[in-house]
Design a protein around this ligand. Structure first.
Ligand code: SGN
Ligand code: CA
Length: 556
């Protein structure tokens, strides 16, 4: 690893020139800082740097414009806790031990990125959604949301002490990050993990953003009315917008009169009402609930919508499409606040002279369905939730000159940009990449690869990885959380440039094979069709190779 060169190569145009003339300014030689921003459930479809169909996200897009946009970024296990554990350890779920949210407790005694950064002289802070059950270890400072976190007046645990912070979760989380940045030692490099709760279920917008997208009618995705023919596992789930999206809880039709019922999920009905209608003593802060002022603004917006919903008494496809439109409006409104806060982070770094020597990473713990296949949620190895956004702003803000990579088949047409990195990257790569950016060695047992060489514009074919010369050409995936909420069956699989092969197991034994070139929306399962035997054999061999490589005990 040529770490000694990194500080120069990465610090933008002026520093690059200075290196050549041997008069590098002192500032340029400082170790780089990292701001790692991770949302919860942010789909690449709702970032306009990727996809312009739904909304504009100018502040998030700027990170891509001033660095790189990854067009083939994936997770190893599309669920919050597992994804966070992969990021912290650089290892697949079976190797870091946190395979699912329901039973997982992260073993904080193991080797992690913050510990390695700390040993290398970095200051580290973890702010926002943590979701790994055990207390954070290895950070100099941690100030985390409890569990999933709340949108309003969230409870935090600050280095062990519980406190309620008044305000909207995304704003408050950013404020906490700024407080830490203000008080840090300016002479040491830092890595800040800024993890928003947004836009996780139940998609509660900030009161200032209520209704901002009410004039927008969102296009239905092409697979909205999917009948799941040929795909048994795709049909066997409980994440359907029509059947599983609760009008009271998810769509906030929590009427005071209690005339709206959701007979399919009665427990959610009461829970949903409680969430929004809880009586509060004036001015009192109840964790996770609104104060009187917030509640008044909320009601002023929702009450007329609730009346209208009662009057219209929709059913069938009209109800289905109404649910979709409300979902999109809530979700995009929540993202609008994330985008505003990303703008605040950018401004902070600029005002404090940090943009020149800080790498800013923007990602999500996984992708999300925006109605594709009729779904919300994630979990599946299908493209929308297997993928996750990844944008990296480089120090100095210079767009990366990406080597011409392989062009990949994508579910949505993103168009092509000169600073697109098309290679396969996965969230197990984040830890080694950040260590590499910090100029620190990457321990042998880390399973991911540093993608810093790709950010430097090096030719992927020439990059040395743990598998030898050349960048990886296939990805491994393994999802475990079943039986559980949303009922997505356990599965593992392999994705190559053209194909995706997955095996659903446990109380089901189904293989699915998709040709992403011919069928990018993944509607036609080719597995078992005459003529695919050779291809299946080849892909199964690759899958087995990855299971051996990563030492996944499940094995084929
Ligand atoms: C909660 C949500 C689910 C979601 C999981 C996991 N239900 O349990 O819809 O899939 O979190 O999400 S809720 O009724 O509690 O909102 S994850 O991103 O944290 O993995
Ligand atoms: Ca998530």
């Amino acid at each position: 690893m040529e770490n000694s060169k990194l500080f120069y190569v990465l610090t933008g145009a002026s520093a690059l020139t200075a290196v050549g003339s041997c008069t590098a300014p002192k500032e340029a030689q400082k170790p780089l800082n990292v701001v790692y921003i991770m949302c919860d459930d942010h789909s690449y479809q709702t970032i306009s740097a990727y996809d312009r169909r739904y909304m504009e996200t100018p502040n998030i897009d700027r990170l891509a414009d001033e660095g790189a946009r990854f067009t083939n970024s994936f997770v190893a296990n599309s669920l919050s806790g597992p994804s966070r554990a992969c990021m912290l350890t650089g290892k697949h779920s079976h190797a870091n031990g946190f395979t699912n949210n329901e039973h997982g407790i992260f073993d904080g005694s193991q080797q992690t990125l913050p510990k390695l950064l700390g040993e290398g002289g970095y200051q580290t802070a973890m702010v926002g959604k943590w979701h790994l059950v055990s207390e954070p270890t290895g950070f100099d400072y941690w100030d985390i949301l409890t569990g999933q976190g709340d949108y309003y007046n969230p409870v935090f645990i600050r280095n062990g002490e519980r406190l309620v912070r008044r305000g909207y979760s995304t704003d408050v989380t950013t404020d906490v990050a700024f407080e830490w940045l203000d008080g840090r030692d300016p002479d040491k490099p830092f890595c800040l993990f800024l993890h928003y709760k947004a836009p996780h279920r139940s998609w509660m917008p900030d009161v200032q953003d209520l209704g901002i997208y009410d004039d927008v009618t969102y296009p239905l995705p092409g697979t909205f009315y999917d009948d799941y023919a040929t795909r048994e596992a795709a049909a066997k789930q409980e994440m359907s917008i029509l059947a599983d999206r609760n009008v009271v809880y998810d769509l906030k039709m929590a009427d005071k009169e209690k005339e709206i019922h959701t007979p399919e999920q009665p427990w959610l009905e009461e829970y949903g009402r409680d969430l929004y209608r809880r009586d509060l003593a004036p001015g009192e802060l109840v964790p996770g609930r609104m104060d009187a002022e917030q509640q008044a603004a909320w009601d002023a917006y929702y009450d007329p919508l609730i009346d209208r919903f009662k009057r219209d008494s929709l059913s069938g496809n009209a109800l289905y499409e109404w649910k979709f439109q409300r979902y999109m409006r809530d979700y995009c409104s929540v993202i609008h606040s994330v985008d505003r806060n990303v703008g605040r982070v950018y401004d902070y770094l600029k005002e404090h002279g940090l943009l020149e020597n800080t790498v800013v990473i923007y990602t999500s713990d996984q992708g999300f369905y925006m109605g594709e296949h009729g779904y919300f949620d994630k979990r599946f190895m299908y493209e929308e939730s297997f993928r996750t956004p990844l944008l990296v702003r480089m120090p100095g803000g210079k767009p990366v000159k990406a080597a011409k990579g392989r062009t990949q088949v994508l579910g949505a047409d993103f168009g092509h940009r000169a600073n697109d990195i098309d290679e396969f990257v996965q969230n197990i790569d984040y830890a080694p990449t950040i260590l590499d950016i910090a100029g620190l060695p990457v321990p042998e047992d880390i399973q991911g690869e540093s993608f810093l060489p790709l950010l430097r514009g090096e030719k992927p074919a020439k990059v040395t990885t743990s598998e030898g010369k050349g960048w990886r050409r296939s990805l491994y995936y393994h999802y475990y959380e079943y039986p559980a909420e949303h009922s997505v069956r356990r599965h593992y699989g392999v994705r190559t440039e053209r194909y995706s092969l997955m095996h659903f197991y446990n109380d089901i034994d189904e293989w699915e094979l998709f040709d992403l070139q011919e069928d990018p929306l993944q509607l036609h399962n080719l597995y078992g069709e005459p003529g695919t035997e050779g291809l299946v054999q080849e892909l199964r061999r690759e899958l087995e190779r990855l299971q051996v490589l990563y030492d996944d005990p499940v094995r084929l």
